[in-house]
Design a protein around this ligand. Structure first.
Ligand SMILES: Cc1cc2nc3c(=O)[nH]c(=O)nc-3n(C[C@H](O)[C@H](O)[C@H](O)COP(=O)(O)OP(=O)(O)OC[C@H]3O[C@@H](n4cnc5c(N)ncnc54)[C@H](O)[C@@H]3O)c2cc1C
Length: 385
């Protein structure tokens, strides 16, 4: 990615902001309550180049720097977290292919992903393995020029409307440590042996689908083994998730920003005991704390993104940004609900949606417990005595 936002990248950001204000915010809550998939909005995102934000131009992408990347995710999530979900894991797949794919894989998959013709996702988690990904039991067995995949994946975002996925599987189930026997593949729907079984009914992050997948002797051509060599899949997936942390942090910031804006608007209109509630000091303290946490989240995200732009190691900083910004989303959406009183609990106002959406960013992209472990591990390396 380029180190500084160009004029073109600023223009993309402005376009996304206008799109969110005009097209997304007016319809998001009603569509979410109806459980309606945002096909038309996703198509507009494809026209804006948002499916190719981390794909180089030579593969038809609209690659932007990481600061612009994070700001776009914040803008989309300010309107509707689920909409950002349509491109979230899609871009993780693209990131892994850009960094680790063979030239043939890049040429075959990146242009379609960049234009949104292909819609992507990542198949890592399983019923018995989420945080502990080395414990997956999906197996890919080589048979001549193809692998046969058997196993089940759980929680796969974009699984129903997407068609191209990163699949993490074991190619050597007896390897010790387990990660040495894990490989990543780019897989396409079409061949028999892959069933998208059910859409998981969720608290929030609705309409973007999250599904269970079952593989039974599903064939994957050997040339779809990412990087062309077995045993590197765990590293590929971890690198992809590291890049995802900045986008998940940015999504948390967007939800927090939306909740805060609703709360501060409402607080100036709602009158109790003869004055707007914004004039009560307890409400002012809430507004001040919410805005301070939001500003701190923004600075953490941008600082991690700038480090990434410079090509520096930023796993700890991205983890800190993810941890703080997503906890902020959860806190601020709840505080916004309190400020709106009974209206905050009603579907007539969008705050209940922010409150239901926020926990997804606390859990997804590596839980915040895991972020704390990553941060602490890095700190102990840095301050080793
Ligand atoms: C809406 C939604 C969409 C998702 N989309 C995708 C997707 O597209 N692709 C995909 O692969 N996955 C996806 N996931 C799965 C998500 O990545 C996992 O839910 C997450 O990684 C946690 O795994 P788990 O649910 O198995 O929880 P577990 O790993 O079982 O963890 C349970 C609890 O224990 C904690 N914990 C675990 N290990 C430790 C430890 N060592 N120390 C301290 N605490 C620990 C966790 O933080 C958590 O609080 C999605 C999840 C949701 C809810």
């Amino acid at each position: 990615m380029s180190p500084h936002p160009t004029e073109e990248q600023r223009l993309i950001l402005r376009t996304v902001r206008e799109f969110v204000d005009r097209e997304v915010i007016p319809v998001a809550s009603a569509m979410e309550h109806r459980g309606e998939y945002p096909h038309a909005l996703a198509d507009q995102m494809a026209h804006m180049g948002l499916f190719g934000l981390n794909i180089p131009e030579q593969y038809r992408g609209t690659e932007v720097d990481y600061v612009t990347f994070s700001r776009i995710f914040t803008e989309l999530s300010r309107g509707w977290l689920g909409l950002a979900g349509v491109i979230g894991t899609h871009l993780v797949l693209a990131d892994v292919l850009v960094r680790f794919g063979t030239e043939d894989q890049k040429r075959r998959f990146l242009p379609g992903l960049a234009t949104g013709e292909r819609r992507g996702g990542i198949c890592l988690s399983e019923p018995n393995a989420g945080t502990d990904l080395q414990n997956i039991s999906t197996i890919a067995t080589r048979e001549g020029g193809a692998y046969r995949v058997n196993g089940s994946k759980m929680w796969i975002t974009n699984a129903r409307y997407g068609n191209t996925f990163l699949l993490l599987a074991k190619t050597d189930p007896s390897a010790k440590p387990a990660h040495r026997g894990m490989s990543a593949f780019v897989i396409e729907k079409g061949a028999p042996g892959l069933v998208v079984s059910r859409d998981i009914d969720k608290l929030g992050y609705k309409t973007v689908e999250t599904c269970e997948l079952h593989f039974e002797n599903f064939p994957v051509p050997a040339e779809n083994l990412i990087g062309g060599e077995e045993g590197h899949g765990f590293t590929h997936a971890m690198n992809g998730l590291e890049a995802e942390r900045i986008n998940v942090a940015a999504r948390g910031l967007g939800v927090a920003q939306a909740a805060f804006e609703e709360a501060i608007r409402y607080a100036q209109q709602r009158v109790t005991f003869g004055k707007p509630i914004a004039q009560h000091q307890l409400i002012q303290a809430k507004l001040a704390d919410m805005a301070t946490k939001i500003e701190a989240s923004r600075l953490l995200i941008e600082s991690a993104a700038e480090k990434k732009n410079r090509g520096e190691r930023c796993d700890m900083e991205a983890g800190m940004a993810k941890l703080f910004a997503t906890e902020t989303a959860a806190d601020v959406s709840f505080e916004a609900m309190r400020i709106l009183g009974g209206n905050g609990y009603s579907k007539d106002f969008p705050v209940e949606r922010y409150y239901r959406d926020a926990p997804l960013v606390v859990i997804g992209g590596g839980t915040n417990e895991l972020q704390r472990l990553i941060i602490a591990r890095r700190l102990l390396e840095k301050y080793k005595i």
